[in-house]
Ligand binder design. Structure first.
Ligand code: HEM
Length: 160
């Protein structure tokens, strides 16, 4: 909302469930979890690639959510792209990929989406605030990651 003030206005209006589009784009664009890791238990071959026992394998979550073969202009923040998203659970993997029931997708995903909708809706409609100078860069090599300054706000005023 800070970097895209137009989104804040759309969120406050929340026409056609804009809040869901906004939340989905946040989860795609920002490195919710940049990668996940697992250790191979037994040798296996997948896609002509041998995974040897005990190898640490990292899944590039951020890379897949920014792959230009899957996403048009992936480095642009465009919530509206989710109006046309085909629902492929392997292209959008902010909380793990595949199916919630028999894949590696986080079962808390729907909870996270609802919490984000409510929290961001509150910030867009119930309060005004200032955002002082700070460092909003985030490292991609730690999980979970977050902005260096977190996100500092001050002079919070309630909107009546
Ligand atoms: C921003 C918040 C969250 C993120 C980024 C996140 C991400 C993930 C990821 C990447 C996995 C691993 C999937 C895998 O490769 O096996 C996972 C698993 C899991 N998550 Fe979340 N999660 C979040 C919030 C939650 C919440 C709120 C809950 C519960 C209400 C939850 C419950 C779980 C559980 C139980 C698993 C293990 C599933 C399994 O191994 O079968 N998560 N999550």
């Amino acid at each position: 909302m800070y970097e895209h003030p137009d989104c804040r206005i759309k969120l406050a209006r929340n026409e056609d469930n804009y809040d869901l589009l906004f939340v989905q784009e946040i989860r795609r664009y920002f490195p919710f979890t940049p990668f996940v890791g697992a250790r191979v238990r037994n040798d296996f071959v997948w896609s002509n690639c041998l995974f040897k026992r005990n190898t640490l394998v990292l899944l590039d979550v951020y890379g897949i959510d920014h792959d230009s073969r899957l996403w048009k202009k992936p480095y642009e923040f465009q919530p509206e792209r989710f109006r046309k998203w085909d629902g492929n659970p392997y292209s959008f993997i902010p909380q793990g990929g595949g199916d919630h029931y028999d894949g590696h997708r986080c079962p808390g995903e729907m909870v996270v989406v609802e919490i984000m909708k409510v929290s961001l809706g509150y910030l867009a409609t119930k309060v005004n605030y200032n955002v002082p100078r700070q460092n909003l860069t985030y490292p991609l090599r730690r999980i979970p990651t977050l902005p260096k300054s977190r996100f500092i706000i001050n002079k919070v005023r309630r909107i009546y």
